[in-house]
Design a protein around this ligand. Structure first.
Ligand SMILES: [Zn+2]
Length: 277
């Protein structure tokens, strides 16, 4: 099994709320990865980041980073610069932690046509990427598929933007479901994975970064995350599609109970995997 399951941030059952306790707890639980959630700002210092790197390496836990929510690359002036700076800070600390990816909510559509937003976000990502390369920071920027059409990040947008070097998608399957109420069956999940393969090739399926949770939604899209048990999201069918396509990478659980639903996913995946061989 080279598909790893883990939590969005430190598991609730950890001894402490810090990332180091989180990595240790993820390992104790038999999970394989964790996302460091810098969603309210990058507050981790370099010294802590180096300790996180050492512990994660020692325990064999893979890491990613979620950049702050307060980012809008479809902006100008100070807002744009501050957004770029938040992504740069996430990437720099993420690299020290040994994370391979930084997940980004790229921006808001506002009053603009979507193609204009696409071009503006693309330009900003190229600038961010150039800066990171010049600093020797080699970390993948992952543009997330979002749960509302008012945000940049349809499946098409998240796949097209990979034309920027060093950018790959973060596929949030729960968001893709919440946007339309569709995308909730094995066939629909399979067609999403097929589109990823068409666009990125087999290597796209071999290096996936995924978010999943239960989710509540309205005709406007995502409302909030739920437990799988309280939600209509068919994670069992998603796990079947994962096995069918033999995808690899990281699956981060964002349900409110974090590790409990991450373990539900891992068990369900294992069941489908064993039934398939
Ligand atoms: Zn996110």
């Amino acid at each position: 099994m080279s598909l790893l399951f883990g939590t969005a941030g430190t598991p609730h059952s950890s001894g402490g709320t810090d990332s180091i306790s989180g990595v240790r707890r993820v390992h104790e639980l038999g999970l394989g990865c964790m996302e460091l959630v810098f969603v309210r700002g990058v507050k981790m210092g370099e010294k802590t980041a180096r300790t996180v790197y050492d512990i994660a390496k020692q325990l064999g836990i893979r890491l990613s980073v979620h950049a702050p929510y307060y980012i809008n690359l479809n902006a100008e002036g100070a807002t744009l610069e501050a957004s770029k700076e938040r992504i740069l800070a996430s990437a720099r600390i993420g690299q020290i932690c040994g994370a391979k990816s930084v997940v980004i909510h790229a921006g808001f559509i506002q009053k603009f046509p979507r193609y204009t937003v696409y071009e503006r976000i693309k330009k900003a990502l190229i600038e961010i990427r150039d800066k990171l390369v010049s600093e020797g920071v080699n970390i993948t920027l992952r543009v997330e598929t979002m749960g509302r059409l008012s945000q940049f990040g349809t499946l098409d947008e998240a796949l097209s933007i990979t034309e920027v070097d060093g950018v790959l998608p973060c596929i949030d399957f729960s968001h893709l479901h919440a946007v339309s109420g569709k995308n909730n069956s094995r066939d629909e999940f399979a067609s999403i994975l097929s589109r990823i393969e068409e666009k990125l090739g087999r290597k796209g399926l071999d290096d996936m970064h995924i978010h999943v949770s239960g989710i509540d939604y309205s005709e406007k899209g995502e409302k909030n995350h739920l437990l799988f048990a309280e939600s209509d999201f068919q994670y069992n069918e998603l796990m079947q599609a994962f096995v069918e396509f033999d995808i690899k990478g990281m699956v981060i659980c964002e349900s409110p109970n974090l590790e409990d639903d991450a373990l539900v996913l891992k068990r369900e995946y294992r069941k489908c995997f064993d039934a398939n061989i």
